[in-house]
Design a protein around this ligand. Sequence first.
Ligand code: APR
Length: 250
Amino acid sequence: MTDSSRDAIERVAAAIAAARSITALTGAGVSAASGIPTFRGEDGLWKNVRAETLATREAFENDPRLVWEWYEWRRTLIRDAQPNAAHHVLAEWTRTRSASLITQNVDGLHERAGAEGLIRLHGSIWHVRCWDRCPAGGEDWRDDRVPIGTLPPRCPHCGGMVRPAVVWFGEPLDEAVLNSARAAAACDVFLTVGTSSVVYPAAGLIPDAKAAGALVVEINPDATGTSHVADVTLRMKADEALTAIHALTP
Ligand code: APR
């Protein structure tokens, strides 16, 4: 750790200790130390196909089986993974500091670390939905099984296709969920952790927080789409940075 990153960590720890309200926004980088590939990193390819071309309604309409095979590959990876120190520190802050936690991740690792009140912007890879939104299957439901046999899985109510209950490119976010995230962005200390900050409206929460007067802290080994907004930048891995901050936060 450099002297400047040590100074920055001390500054962030002091700000967190003094804050009345803390909010963290997380992205795929938070789960990197758990072995889950990020979307835009070099390991984000699956069968040479980029995530951006699979996570769309069009991709599912064209080849639902291919899209489900990608999700089943990710679900298997995630099922075998464990939350890392970044998930544990953030979860503890939700319990002991009433921190708000907003995630773009669909992997469920924040929940498994015991986070309270998690705001899931992009849904959950463990939930599914009837593609036709048939009346009986109108609500999302949890289904952890990796379906053996034919893909896509079938709706138990109407026999139609089932899709993952995640937000795909071009789809709107749930308005109530987005509103709670925007409300949480108005805080004293806002940490943006492990996200490339190129996908909106999630990335817009970072300038929102800044405009509301928050100290904005970016934790990411690389520059992001909103680095210019950050008051403090920690070019570190999420688990290492959060562990170091936590150790200095009484
Ligand atoms: N610690 C912190 N950050 C890391 C780490 C790490 N160990 N490893 C990688 N990163 C950073 C990368 O530098 C990058 O900025 O994590 C970020 C991951 O960026 P993306 O792959 O773009 O993931 P994310 O920002 O979560 O994507 C947003 O886009 O694909 C859609 O809906 C999907 O929720 C996702 C959204």
